[in-house]
Structure formats: C-alpha cells, structure tokens
Design a protein around this ligand. Structure first.
Ligand code: UDP
Ligand code: MG
Length: 320
C-alpha cells in the first residue's frame, strides 16, 4: 500500500492486550529511530485486545503523525495480525516486524537498517540469550528448530530467530503474495528466499503484561509449523508400514520354522494381541497425521480473507 508521500520505513507491531507496554514501546521506538536518517512510520495492529490497547493506540496516533493504527474485527492470532500490519505498511524501502512487549529491543533496528544498506533483503535478529525463560522452554525451542531443520529440506529456518526482522520492499511484496490461512510466518519468511543475514542481539524478558503462550499453544504452534512447512510426516506412514511388514514377515517365518521343527506347545495369544495393538496404534497415528493435513486443506479451500479490519487510521507525515 504505497502512496506518493509514503515514508521510507514501516515498523509493524502486532499487539494483543498490551496496554501497559505500548506507551513505553512507542517512546523507545521513537528514540531508537531518531537518527535513522530515513522517514518512518509505525503501524500498530490491535488484534482484538480485551483491554484498552485500542484506545492507547488511538491516543498515540493522535499525538504522533508517524503512527498508524489497524484495528482487526476480532482476535485473529499473531501471525495474521502481523500480515494485516504488513498489508497496511506504506514503507517504500523496507519494513521492520517487532513485538510490542519490548522483548525485541527497538534499539536493534538501526543495526538491522545498517545491514540492509549493505545490500541484504532480509535481516533477521538472532537471539544470543533467552533471559527470563525457563530451561524447559529453551530446550523445547531448541528441539523444535532441530526437527524443523531436519525435515525442512531446501528451506533454511534460522535457529533462535523470532519474527523480529527487517525486510526490503521487494521481499515484503513477495511475502504478501503468500495468502495461505495457516501462516507459520517463520516458514514463510524463510520460503521467499532473497539475500539474508543475521544480526545478533540479547533478548530481554517481557517488560510488562504476560506472555500469551502456554505449552498447549506452543505444541499446536509446532504442529502448525511442521504441517504447513513440510509434508515429510506423511512419508513416515510409508516407512513405518514397510518396517512393520518386514518385521511381520521375519517373525512369521521364524514361527513357521519353529513349529515345523519343534512343534508349538503354546497358543500364541499374547504375541497376537501385541501385534494387533501395535498395528492398530500405528494406523491410528497415521490417520491422525493425514487428518492434520486434511484439516488444513479444508481450511485453505474455503479461500476466506485472512482478516477483517474494523478501522484503519493511516500515519499522516512523511518526515521523521
Ligand atoms: N500477539 C498478537 N495476537 C495474539 C497473541 C499475541 O498480536 O493473539 C502479539 C503480542 O501482543 C506481542 C507478540 O504478538 O506483541 C508476541 O506475543 P507474546 O509476547 O505473547 O509471545 P512470546 O514473546 O512469548 O513468543
Ligand atoms: Mg513476548
């Protein structure tokens, strides 16, 4: 959405129940971008917050002509809120994506811009540390990235990287052509390609409010990531099936040989039950995996718009 008086840089901020941090976020962002040497705007996306996030945003927009507000008609989740922000970003040169909770320090943005000026289309911020997060969360995150990398094939998913990044206008335009419902943004960011480079930084603990993630959500997020990123799990069925079949043949020939030479004094009820249960379990699991993909195909075929914006207040000035 570029217009003649559009700013050079857009900063897109999805926010869900972030009333406590937003004013502080805006202050720190404006301070960090003071000497950036290009005109900028910030696009706040209210993702159906149940607190006063929207009025805080509107207040900021009224006072600062560089702020824009997109209010979604309900809570759509971070990935779609982010997409809504990117759709409304007018930045002609580049777009930065950042969380509202100050876990991604706005002070890193000038470093992202500097690397972008070296000629990289995608500059992602890579975490050095995960302060204020439990070892369990760190371990599960590490495991997730490892699995994704193994099954992701050609697409390289950088580890310890969230959505915090800068993308050039052409990379954003490429990204916005991907309109799938199941939006695993990290996968989409990686899929578009373009010259990319990492900038390292220290991730801070949340400034205020609380995380919207719990383990159930993270598990679903991983499922979403894997199933929208690769069809490799579908192949698991082929190999598990093959292995069980080979195992069954070996077991059977062994049984026949034993029966012929030594006779068979016990009726093999326990082994039979074990095999039946095992095969039943494997089949159920494979049906589940196919179901995950089938459900996603179902959602995609509806071809619904990704979101509805209840209102859009654009930024009003091109000057920083
Ligand atoms: N967020 C959102 N919609 C949601 C959940 C989260 O827009 O349904 C925003 C949230 O306000 C924050 C960012 O996404 O700016 C990251 O959320 P959070 O801090 O809860 O995730 P974490 O940092 O723990 O991964
Ligand atoms: Mg956070």
């Amino acid at each position: 959405m570029t217009t003649p008086d559009a700013p050079a840089l857009s900063v897109v901020v999805p926010a869900y129940n972030e009333q406590e941090v937003l004013p502080e976020f805006h202050r720190r962002l404006a301070a960090a971008l003071a000497d950036i040497g290009m005109s900028w705007e910030v696009v706040y996306v209210n993702d159906g917050s149940r607190d006063t996030t929207l009025s805080v945003m509107i207040g900021i927009q009224a006072q600062d002509p560089r702020a824009a507000v997109v209010n979604l008609s309900r809570n759509f989740g971070k990935e779609i809120a982010l997409t809504a922000g990117l759709d409304h970003a007018r930045g002609t040169e580049a777009v930065v994506v950042i969380d509202a909770d100050l876990q991604d320090p706005p002070e890193v943005i000038p470093a992202l811009v500097a690397t972008w000026r070296e000629g990289f289309d995608v500059v992602y911020a890579q975490r050095n540390t995960r302060e204020g997060e439990t070892w369990l969360k760190k371990a599960t995150a590490a495991g997730f990235y490892r699995v994704m990398q193994r099954i992701g094939g050609k697409v390289h998913l950088p580890p310890d990287t969230g959505d915090f990044r800068l993308m050039s206008r052409r990379a954003i335009d490429a990204l916005l052509q991907l309109r799938e419902q199941h939006r695993f943004m990290k996968g989409l960011f990686a899929w578009i390609g373009f010259p990319s480079k990492a900038v390292r930084y220290d991730r801070a603990p949340r400034a205020a409010g609380e995380t919207k993630w719990n383990y159930w959500k993270l598990w679903n997020f991983s499922l979403e990531g894997i199933t929208s990123f690769t069809v490799a799990p579908l192949k698991v069925a082929t190999y598990v099936g093959l292995l069980t079949a080979i195992g069954a043949v070996i077991y059977l020939s062994q049984l026949v040989v034993r029966t012929v030479f030594f006779g068979n004094p016990v009726a093999g009820y326990p082994s039979l039950l074990a095999v039946v249960l095992f095969l039943g379990g494997v089949q159920m699991m494979m049906l589940g995996i196919i179901g995950e993909y089938l459900g996603r195909i179902f959602n995609e075929t509806k071809q619904r718009p990704l979101y509805f914006a209840e209102r859009y207040l654009p930024s009003r000035s091109r000057d920083a």
